[in-house]
Design a protein around this ligand. Structure first.
Ligand code: MOS
Length: 743
């Protein structure tokens, strides 16, 4: 639905918003990892023509500090960090904003920002993840956080297993590089605040800003109709947002700040580095007896989210003895944050590499090894999978990819100087479900308006909901308009955890049912209605109205019903209008989610098939073929779902081959804060990526929806590394697989 506006350049992203009297802001970043600001010389910056203000902790308006967050809190509602930007002289990471320049043009603001001189009293800082691993503390599990999990005695089973692989894997820190950099436009009108913001969670942004600036929630409006990619990086509220609002308040001007790539890398949390151990014990026939997966991730001292790298390891293989443990180490660095499939994206690299290593040790086909250990129930607690047909995904993938043509020995396939390798790996993700409030308005002219503050982060979210509404009400998609991305609308879910589409659709379906019931009640009042005396269950929605299932020509259009009843429109809302009503509704939804989690494992899975070509002289790795076959529940829209899954694979190929945030361990400073030195795949790095899916509804959810946003990236790095091993005989256990590791 958003395609025409985007291709015509009419869709407005945050940075496209121009308001009268607009000023522009730029950040000044700290250059030490930890300490105290002792001196600030802003005179040169202030002297630049066009500079309106240089804000520092000396002159910035006071804000309410962010609510304290536990470093162990996995809630995506975390404000990103507890740092009280520009209200403190303390520095907590190298890159923390310490000043903001406001000027009449973006270039002037940036130029002046470079002239701000800051001196520090430096304090000792812990910034080297590799050195800090030994201080890692095991996570205690909560309802939301995966802590330690065990069944049986995995260490003993491992000690007595006839075949064992036991290795250490590492993955580097990664930075968020959404196509659209973070941007904010802030406009104050008295105590009323309007913010344009590329956001995955406008409701959280609104609540956070109301708290920080001490203004009534009702007066804060956050608009985010189009977002150029999020991946988790636009779910919390980061410095750029808060400081743009602060700059607008301090100067009395509307202010826009568009972060540079460097600003994003220094102020928006990315993915933690990890070190992981995976040990597998098996019988000689490939039956797994022991599975151990432990991992260390990092958080910042002022915020961050640990990565549950063993998430998939408790669900994927039918081993009788399993032990999973997550530990966290705390550093003086930018808080880590969620990035597409936190946990599984890097956890599957270790697990699915180890499974491949076991296949090699057993002399067994890696697909066959996986299928031999496919569980009927959750291996840890015996829960049922709501649906799971990984066997079908592998069977279809093997057929389509031509897996049988692979010769098993490493270095056995080549094409001239290219060593050819093929690898597989399993994808796994647990989509979340969140409450959503939706209104649906049906007008006498047959058009429908759906309103919900969900987020269009580039996934076709509005398209999917248009389809759901059109289908439920039996109207053409052209008759449906969906409004989203605005806190004036009923509260929607965060675009995160692969849960937005299913969460909104659940509420939307409920609203459409209610709407049809109300329309039928109107019809039944009329003696002339062919629907008189009928129940909704006897009717079908279609052709713009309600018709009898047993006599499809008996019925009438919504227009006829509404017009006869003298109604221009009819509207229903899923949530109670009161705050208390909404709170109760959310509590019910949360309780339902936990109840479901106790009953079922609702997971999406997939099978990746990858072919690489490795130059035998230079070690250059080219991904030459890709096929992913996924079991994701029902697919609402094949075009957008395929695009999501393909995008995940692209991101996974970046993680496999090039992405790496490089931090100078002496200073904690990121030394590759831009796309010139932080390499993401471009078209020339990618083959045509084939995506297929089973498209079978999940029997436990409305419409059978699960979620597709994150599963695509999981398993990808392992599939690449496994293919590289097959091509070269070299096993790379440390991402990214750069050519120096192959020479
Ligand atoms: Mo995501 S990492 O659930 O935005």
């Amino acid at each position: 639905m958003d395609g025409p506006a985007k291709t015509a350049g009419l869709a407005r992203y945050t940075a496209d918003h121009h308001v009268p009297d607009l000023a522009h802001a730029a950040l000044v970043h700290a250059t030490v990892a930890r300490g105290r600001i002792t001196g600030l010389d802003t005179a040169d910056a202030e002297a630049v023509g066009g500079v309106l203000a240089v804000l520092t902790h000396h002159n910035a308006p006071r804000m309410t500090p962010p609510a304290p967050v536990s470093a162990l809190d996995l809630s995506t509602l975390a404000p990103g960090t507890t740092v009280d930007y520009l209200n403190t002289d303390r520095v907590h990471w190298n890159g923390q904003p310490v000043a903001v320049v406001v000027a009449d043009s973006p270039d002037t603001a940036r130029q002046a920002a470079r002239l701000v001189r800051v001196t520090y009293e430096v304090e000792p800082a812990v910034t080297d993840f590799a050195a800090a691993q030994d201080d890692a503390v095991p996570l205690r599990g909560t309802l939301l956080v995966l802590g330690e999990e065990r069944t049986g005695d995995a260490e003993r089973a491992l000690a007595t297993a006839p075949v064992v692989v036991d290795h250490r894997y590492t993955t580097p820190a990664q930075s968020h590089h959404a196509m659209e950099p973070h941007a904010t436009v802030a406009v104050w009108n008295g105590d009323r605040l309007t913010v344009h913001e590329g956001s995955q969670d406008v409701d959280w942004a609104r609540r956070h800003l109301a708290r920080r600036f001490g203004v009534p929630l009702a007066g804060v409006r956050v608009l985010s109709p189009h977002v150029g990619g999020g991946f988790g990086g636009k779910a919390p509220v980061w410095a750029g947002t808060v400081l743009t609002v602060l700059a607008a308040r301090a100067t009395g001007r509307a202010v826009r700040m568009v972060l540079s790539r460097e600003d994003v890398i220094r102020t928006v949390g990315g993915r933690t580095p990890t070190v992981q151990r995976v040990a597998l014990g098996a019988q000689r026939d490939g039956t797994l007896t022991a599975l151990l997966h432990t991992g260390v991730s990092q958080v910042g001292r002022v915020g961050g989210t640990p990565e549950p790298v063993g998430s998939q390891s408790r669900h994927l293989y039918a081993a009788p003895h399993i032990w999973i443990r997550h530990s966290t180490t705390t550093l003086d660095v930018l808080p880590t944050a969620h990035m597409r499939a936190p946990g599984e994206a890097v956890g599957t690299f270790a697990l699915e590499s180890a499974v491949d290593e076991l296949a090699v040790a057993l002399g067994m086909d890696p697909v066959e090894l996986r299928m031999r250990n496919e569980p009927d129930r959750d291996p840890l607690d015996g829960k049922r999978f709501s649906r799971r047909d990984l066997r079908a995904a592998y069977a279809r993938g093997a057929e389509r990819f031509g897996w049988a043509e692979r010769t098993p020995s490493p270095r056995s396939m080549r094409d001239g100087h290219w060593l050819v390798g093929r690898g597989v790996a399993t994808a796994f993700h647990l989509p979340v479900r969140l409450p959503a409030d939706v209104t649906v308005r049906l007008r006498a002219d047959g058009t429908v308006l759906v309103r919900c503050a969900f987020h269009e982060i580039g996934v076709g979210a509005a398209t999917a909901q248009t389809q759901v509404a059109a289908d439920a009400l039996g109207v053409p998609v052209e008759a449906v308009t969906v409004e989203h991305g605005d806190t004036e609308l009923p509260v929607g879910p965060q675009a995160g955890g692969s849960g937005q589409t299913a969460s909104v659709a659940t509420a939307l379906l409920e609203a459409c049912e209610e709407l049809k019931r109300s329309v039928l009640a109107l019809a039944r009042r009329s003696p002339s209605s062919p629907l008189r005396g009928r129940r909704l269950s006897e009717l079908r929605a279609g052709r713009g109205g309600l018709y009898r299932a047993d006599a499809p020509d008996r019925g009438e259009t919504y227009g006829v019903i509404l017009t006869r009843a003298g109604r221009a429109e009819i509207e229903v809302r899923t949530a109670a209008g009161t705050r208390l009503g909404r709170t109760l509704q959310q509590a019910r939804a949360a309780a339902g989610w936990f109840r479901d989690r106790r009953r079922w494992v609702r997971a999406v899975t997939g099978a990746h098939f990858c072919e690489v070509r490795v130059d035998e002289h230079t070690g250059e790795v080219r991904v030459s073929r890709w096929l992913g076959v996924f079991d994701v529940g029902r697919v609402v829209n094949p075009k957008t779902a395929t695009s999501q899954l393909r995008g995940g694979i692209v991101m996974g190929i970046g993680a496999a081959l090039s992405e790496e945030t490089l931090v100078d361990p002496r200073t904690g400073r990121t030394v590759n804060p831009g796309l010139a030195e932080y390499h993401v795949p471009v078209q020339a790095d990618l083959p045509r990526i084939e995506v297929d899916y089973l498209d079978e509804p999940d029997p436990t959810t409305p419409l059978g929806l699960l979620g597709v946003g994150e599963v695509g990236i999981t398993g990808v790095a392992a599939a690449v590394a496994n293919a590289v091993h097959h091509a070269t005989g070299v096993r790379v256990r440390d991402l990214p697989v750069t050519l120096d590791r192959l020479l």
